[in-house]
Design a protein around this ligand. Structure first.
Ligand SMILES: [Zn+2]
Length: 375
């Protein structure tokens, strides 16, 4: 592996503006690198379905050995970045990559993409024996895993079908964090419709959707429900002049839980409260529930996880399998039978303008990935 090239790749990538739904320039950079290396790839594009402009890349470095003990593997990362990320001014100091600008760094997840590119570079350069190595690089992960969701696996040519063993390079924290379990997520959208009237002349003729909605919320437990369940209200919208009893109020919330059945129970509980309160306040209630993604879990009896932990150990890292509270592309791949382990790439304070990346962590994860792949 070439540490300097890894860092250069990372710096190149974060300088390319690539917010969700508009990652095309960053993806072009990846494609150019793959072409130079002679790594085959396909562009799989259904991004117009969600208003994006960038295909998913599925790349494949063909095996150079028939050694049966070497197994094919898939690597995955996403190329979109949380805003604000435009015109970022990036610098390196004391082993950290930071920005001078009030922007995210985009280590989430260009750290992962840089590791994938350097994995290919290193394997091609060293010619160490390895099996097939696939990479799935997605756009629009940060806005609901849209890139991964858009993949129509039945359209992928057989020889580009990635290995079901997937290392997703997209975990916050150091190289020692290995996420193996994560929650499923439900989205709940509710619209209360009451009746408007003049707030000063005849308020008793109106039915306030805001009053009804706030009453419903007051009956709910929101936030951390228990050690494996959370919920959050992200938006309440009702916009009327103060002299009008507000007819409409809309709310958007989410529920996450490591356990699928329990998640559903919590959702049912919220729905009940919304419906009962609507009855009490005589407002119409329209509820829309979306099952956004299933929980992340290990479906191969921890075989992949144990191989990963072993590779980390060999490069001198004692890694910690953890549960996480967020979703990632791995949750989506699971639906199609891919078993994912999510590796830390050294990004910290992600989704904030204080985001930074620890170079040594990115290097160590690369080392572990190479140790895992090549013998
Ligand atoms: Zn990410």
């Amino acid at each position: 592996m070439n540490k300097e090239r890894l860092l250069d790749t990372f710096l190149d990538l974060v300088k390319i503006y690539s917010p969700s739904r508009n990652e095309i320039n960053a993806m072009k950079y990846v494609v150019e690198r793959l072409e130079k290396l002679g790594v085959k790839y396909i562009l799989h594009d259904h991004s117009s379905e969600y208003g994006g402009n960038t295909p998913v890349i599925i790349a494949k470095l063909e095996k150079n050995s028939d050694d049966e003990s070497l197994k094919p593997i898939s690597l995955s990362a996403h190329i979109d970045v949380v805003e604000p990320s435009k015109d970022l001014d990036v610098y390196v100091e004391d082993g950290l990559v930071k920005t001078r600008t009030a922007t995210t760094l985009g280590g989430d997840d260009k750290g992962g993409v840089a590791i994938i590119l350097e994995t290919f570079e290193s394997l091609v350069e060293s010619n160490l024996p390895h099996s097939d190595v696939f990479a799935v690089i997605t756009p629009s992960e940060e806005v609901g895993l849209l890139g991964a969701k858009s993949i129509k696996w039945e359209e992928i040519p057989q020889d580009f079908m990635p290995s079901k063993d997937m290392l997703v390079l997209d975990n916050g924290g150091g190289c020692d964090t290995v996420a193996v379990e994560g929650p499923c997520m439900y989205k709940i959208n509710v619209h209360y419709e009451g009746l408007s009237s003049h707030a000063g002349i005849e308020p008793e003729k109106g039915r306030s959707a805001i009053v009804a909605m706030s009453n419903a919320i007051s009956k709910m437990k929101i936030g951390r429900i228990n050690d494996h369940t959370t919920s959050n209200i992200g938006s309440i919208v009702s916009e009327f002049p103060t002299n009008v009893v507000p007819k409409d109020c809309k709310i958007r919330m989410e529920v996450r839980c490591l356990n699928e059945d329990e998640a559903k129970e919590n959702v049912d509980n919220y729905v009940n409260i919304f419906e009962e309160t609507a009855k009490d306040f005589e407002v119409k209630c329209d509820i829309n529930i979306e099952y956004d993604y299933p929980p992340l879990k290990q479906i191969d009896g921890n075989i992949l996880l144990n191989r990963v932990l072993d590779a980390y150990k060999k490069v001198g890292v004692k890694s910690r399998p953890i549960k996480i509270g967020g979703g990632c592309d791995g949750n989506i791949y699971l639906k199609n039978g891919f078993n994912s382990v999510i590796l830390g790439v050294g990004m910290y304070k992600i989704h904030t303008i204080e985001e930074y990346l620890v170079i040594a962590d990115m290097e160590k994860t690369l080392e572990a990935v190479l140790e895992f792949i090549a013998k």
